[in-house]
Design a protein around this ligand. Structure first.
Ligand SMILES: Cc1ncc(COP(=O)(O)O)c(C=O)c1O
Length: 365
């Protein structure tokens, strides 16, 4: 019998712990072979030529933008509905975020709105498509727009490890792809960590230098860079987690199909849609409901954890408004009032999904 349903579940096993112990005993904690080997495996699995391990997803986005030369005066297109860290690196570099609306059913960037906003921008330079909740943006269209207006693409794949669009992996359809290994993500390094992927040798080299105080292989600090390195211990966990990610993503898809089947029959609950060309990896399973607070309270009273990702649209955070003023992004704003994230992880059982769906049916009847 199900008594409680946690929101997520983080996997750790003896092999991962042993790999960490081996690093501890080796005495080599940074700039070593484990990060390099994790990078090689990650790039191979992602279908890119290069991968650069860094200390967070935020750093991966920041170094991606910096490697493309983004800075003051550049207009960078970001979705209005995303985590703050898709936007903060743009502000950190002194560039100007322009907020694009999202689609109501897939939650991803509305490429019609992107094109309209790029067309009227003064200095369009880059776009950050965010593969939100684990589903890829319509990247064929983004690439067309980027080609036409000469935009750099930094794909925020922080929630979309090995999601696909027409068989191509998230992060690989871009100049640079950025991943996060924060503990709740589809795979983690048991701490903060990130990965930048690219097919461009020069961009990879610049990102490698930028993560290490802007230092080139010859020891000269040609660029202004800080320390964004990944530690060996964390890479040891990441390498092991990478071996499970496909099976875990399948577990998430299985749970999502079950939610779809059950919740599809409840009129008041709007379930997420998947673009035909995409394979979704359900970092989050997000539905839209009326009376959200009452709904969440009812689930909480029955020991079901839920979340809101995110309660505030990206463009409404004071740190953003202070810099760029107030903007309106209609659907992004509406969504923030009705979205709820239901429990989701690879080991969510059929009984747990049934329990959650029975409660939802009860609540809305
Ligand atoms: C969409 C998105 N972008 C960026 C980030 C930033 O990643 P990190 O927390 O590893 O810096 C996250 C994760 O927190 C995220 O979900």
């Amino acid at each position: 019998m199900v008594e409680e349903v946690p929101f997520t579940d983080i996997y750790m096993d003896d092999e991962m712990i042993q790999e960490v112990e081996a690093v501890l005993e080796s005495g080599r904690y940074v700039k070593g072979p484990v990060v390099e080997s994790f990078e090689t495996s990650f790039a191979e699995q992602c279908g890119t030529d290069y991968a650069v391990g860094v200390n967070s997803g935020t750093s991966a986005i920041l170094l991606g933008l910096q490697s493309l030369g983004i800075g003051e005066g550049d207009d960078v297109f970001v979705p209005g509905h995303t985590y703050f860290a898709s936007v903060s690196p743009v502000l950190e570099l002194g560039a100007n975020p322009i907020f694009v609306d999202v689609l109501r059913d897939t939650y991803t960037m509305d490429t019609d709105d992107l094109e309209a906003k790029v067309d009227t921008a003064e200095n369009p330079t880059a776009v950050i498509p965010v593969h939100l909740y684990g589903q890829m943006v319509e990247m064929d269209r983004v690439t067309e727009i980027a080609d036409e207006y000469d935009l750099g693409i930094v794909a925020d794949a922080c929630q979309a490890h090995f999601a696909e669009r027409n068989g191509r992996s998230a992060g690989s359809i871009a100049d640079v792809g950025a991943f996060s290994f924060y503990p709740s993500k589809n795979m983690t390094v048991a701490g903060d960590g990130g990965m930048l992927v690219t097919d461009d040798a020069e961009l990879a080299e610049r990102a490698r230098a930028l993560r290490n105080h802007g230092r080139d292989d010859d020891g000269v600090h040609r660029h202004l860079g800080l320390n964004h390195r990944m530690s060996e211990m964390l890479a040891a966990v990441g390498k092991e987690q990478l071996q499970h990610i496909e099976e875990w993503n399948e577990g998430r898809r299985r749970a999502a199909r079950h939610y779809d089947e059950r919740l599809g029959n409840i009129d008041t609950v709007r379930t997420p849609e998947v673009d035909d060309e995409n394979s979704h990896v359900y970092h989050l399973y997000v539905v839209q409901v009326p009376d959200r607070d009452g709904f969440r309270e009812y689930l909480a009273d029955n020991d079901v954890d839920t979340g809101i990702h995110y309660p505030t649209p990206a463009h409404e955070h004071p740190a953003v408004v202070d810099r760029v003023g107030e903007t309106t992004v209609e659907r992004a704003e509406e969504l923030c009032d009705s979205i709820v994230s239901l429990p989701m992880h690879p080991r969510l059982s059929e009984e747990e999904v049934e329990y959650v769906c029975d409660l939802i049916a009860e609540y809305y009847e």
